[in-house]
Design a protein around this ligand. Structure first.
Ligand SMILES: [Zn+2]
Length: 449
């Protein structure tokens, strides 16, 4: 560790256990983390910090301190569709329940939905996320208020949306957003074409050129379903990965959401291109999209990221639930309990997410890293006894043991209180979401059990 005696710090945070996610995956008992100007300056046993002069101390007691989780693919505002309609075929769900309501979107609704999503992520230990939606300036306003870190992406479509009449308009909006947020400490911008089937080759080429021009990352839903692959073959004569490769979209700064329908050759292409896959196991299960070949990615040296997708198709923005689902899904799919072990899954939710967001200092507690950290209350009964902390994080924790969430050295949630969000007011406002969406007339399933 660095010599903490040589400088003062804003915070000295102590905890019973620190999971660092550093190169050696060190886990410290009775550890401390010094934080100054939003960054970690030192990590080590509490005894090393005895002479350090500090402005504030945060003794978390019997808690586990770890890097904040990174949600590498979501549509945070879609909390307003949580539980609106479940258990339906994808196209019926989209065309009858989601799309008609999205036609009525406006920035106020998007901001309110995003703030609710931010509250949920702070509560369950996510400190940063990649977001794709419409009216991303409204998402930015919510994220800025809540204090999280976000890679913002105005979705680009070939057809008119409530936010933009044309794809060109969306691209112009992204250009303005990139300028607006370029000096922001926690917000950054990516180019996010929605999918290969909701855009055209010309639009995808324009997205690539804009990303080149402004040096922005690219994020796209890719190879999510079999029908996407079939329509891509029919319309463009190639499967989605080859189609995107030929358009120059696959590069190290690109992340793709889902990657369910990938064959061995396509995994090779993505691995060689340095693309990160944001794996969304709960969304893929709920929409019956399939199982992404995560073991095949790992065997090629790829570290996928993890994402929740939107609350309409999950229905949570809880990265602990996502880690558990990931670890279990691949075991049962491969009939092999050694697949996707806990440490790998935690790496996906931290270091993999950092790569996906293009923020490679994130996802670890090491000197110089942004001070994005969370703490779990180890006195929870479901965390007793504690043999191996990483096992508990993936298999035993629910996310609701999170007692403190900090981003950029600033506590945002602590001991049941949101420190940047007026939660009672947000709850009142959230009632408006239901009124806006309207109660759907969903037939009750009369099937036999
Ligand atoms: Zn998505």
């Amino acid at each position: 560790m660095k010599e903490p005696e040589n400088h003062s710090c804003q915070w000295l945070i102590t905890a019973a256990v620190i999971v660092t996610q550093d190169d050696g995956r060190r886990i410290l008992d009775n550890g401390a983390v010094a934080v100054a100007d939003g960054r970690v300056t030192a990590v080590g046993p509490v005894s090393d910090f005895a002479d350090l002069s500090v402005e504030k101390r945060l003794d978390l007691g019997n808690a586990l301190l770890m890097p904040g989780l990174i949600n590498a693919h979501t549509h945070v505002s879609m909390t307003f569709f949580r539980g609106l309609a479940d258990d339906l075929p994808l196209m019926k769900w989209l065309t009858e329940y989601i799309f008609p309501r999205e036609q009525r979107l406006d920035p106020d609704i998007v901001e309110l939905g995003a703030l609710l999503g931010c509250a949920e992520m702070l509560r369950t230990g996510a400190t940063s996320f990649a977001d794709m939606y419409l009216f991303e300036d409204a998402v930015a306003a919510a994220v800025d208020k809540a204090g999280l870190r976000c890679l913002l992406g105005e979705a680009v479509f070939a057809f008119p949306t409530p936010a933009s009449a044309t794809a060109e308009e969306s691209l112009a909006r992204i250009r303005r957003q990139a300028e607006r947020y370029k000096a922001h400490p926690r917000l950054s911008v990516a180019v996010m074409p929605h999918t290969v089937y909701t855009t055209t080759p010309e639009i995808l080429a324009a997205c690539r050129d804009l990303a080149d021009d402004l040096k922005l990352p690219v994020h796209i839903h890719l190879a999510e379903t079999r029908s996407e692959v079939e329509s891509c073959l029919e319309q463009h004569g190639r499967r989605p990965v080859a189609y995107c490769r030929d358009l120059g979209l696959l590069r190290p700064s690109t992340s793709v959401a889902h990657g369910v329908e990938l064959n061995d050759g396509e995994l090779d292409i993505l691995a060689q291109a340095g693309v990160t896959v944001a794996h969304n196991p709960r969304s893929n299960m709920k929409l019956a999209s399939g199982v992404a070949p995560v073991p095949g990615m790992l065997s090629r040296g790829m570290l996928p990221a993890l994402g929740t997708d939107g609350a309409a198709s999950n229905n949570a923005l809880n990265m602990f639930a996502e880690m558990s689902a990931c670890a279990l899904l691949h075991k049962v799919r491969g009939l092999d309990p050694t697949l996707c072990p806990a440490q790998i899954v935690l790496d996906m939710a931290t270091l993999g997410g950092a790569k996906a967001l293009g923020l490679e200092g994130l996802g670890r507690i090491t000197p110089g890293a942004p001070a994005d950290m969370i703490a779990l209350d180890l006195s929870s009964p479901n965390l007793q006894p504690l043999y191996r902390p990483v096992s508990h994080l993936v298999y035993a924790a629910s996310g609701h043991e999170v007692m403190m969430t900090m981003v950029d050295g600033r506590p945002l949630y602590h001991n049941g209180q949101w420190l940047t969000i007026d939660y009672p007011l947000l709850l009142k406002e959230a009632a408006k979401l239901k009124k806006w969406a309207g109660v759907p007339s969903m037939p009750l399933s009369a099937g036999a059990y």
